[in-house]
Design a protein around this ligand. Structure first.
Ligand code: PRP
Length: 227
């Protein structure tokens, strides 16, 4: 929780890297203030994080990661489907840094996970796909959101069995909820209130992934696209 209630956005030092905290009182941006496709407008409450701010934040995370892995080889595991957009934008920025600064070799892998029905975690995390050999590699998991933390808990357990040299997590969002697995991101974009968010590849039953801003789903949206 943000201690300084005068600010809607603030910064805090976690033990690994500061993140942007979006306060529980933040009302978001009106749907009229930025472009939203007409077919999504009735189902959204507000815009929580505009695309431009997402991109600016990823730029900062990319620079920090590039500095941290200097002199090493980096192996990035993208967690699909939700991690697709942040993975793509992060890598565009790492590519640019690899030209502008001392370059680091980067390899990729992808794994698909699934556990949500409507806006609830089923409690069972399915991992689909086989990971590359990770022995002695510096692994960075790239994920869109930590909600209950179950997905990352299960994934990190599986990855640790493959003996990587190091393992870190980048998550664009972490939701402040009370019942959470004790899993933290080393690189975190935003700490957000306990709201169901969609857009920037985050979905509700596969809808809304193509929305560019991160938005709060309203009750009509939850009912309309319910399974
Ligand atoms: C979502 C999201 C994370 C996970 C976070 O994935 O992309 O991977 O849930 O939730 P948790 O912290 O409660 O485990 P989902 O299982 O919906 O699959 P998707 O990535 O294909 O949307």
């Amino acid at each position: 929780m943000n201690k300084n209630t005068n600010f809607l956005y603030s910064h805090t030092e976690s033990k690994v890297m500061s993140s942007i905290i979006i306060d529980n009182n933040f009302k978001g941006y009106s749907l009229e203030e930025l472009n939203i496709p007409d077919h999504y407008r009735p189902y959204l409450k507000n815009i929580l994080i505009p695309n431009g701010l997402i991109i600016d934040r990823i730029e900062k995370l990319a620079k920090t990661i590039h500095d941290d892995y200097s002199g090493k080889k980096l192996h990035i595991i993208c967690v699909l489907k939700g991690g697709d957009r942040i993975f793509a934008d992060l890598n565009k920025m790492l590519d640019s840094l690899n030209v502008a600064k001392k370059s680091i070799p980067i390899t990729y892998d992808f794994i698909r996970t699934s556990s949500y029905i409507d806006n609830k975690s089923s409690g069972v995390v399915n991992l689909m796909g086989k990971l590359d050999d990770l022995q002695d590699r510096h692994v960075l998991i790239v994920e869109d959101i930590i909600d209950t933390g179950r997905t990352l808990k299960k994934l990190t357990e599986e990855i640790k069995k493959l003996n990587p040299k190091s393992l870190k997590i980048l998550a664009l969002l972490s939701k402040r909820i009370s019942k959470k697995s004790s899993i933290n991101a080393n690189y975190l974009g935003f700490s957000i209130p306990d709201e169901f968010v969609v857009g920037y590849c985050l979905d509700y039953n596969e809808h809304f992934r193509d929305l560019k801003h991160i938005c709060v789903l309203n009750d009509l949206g939850k009912a309309e696209f319910k399974k």
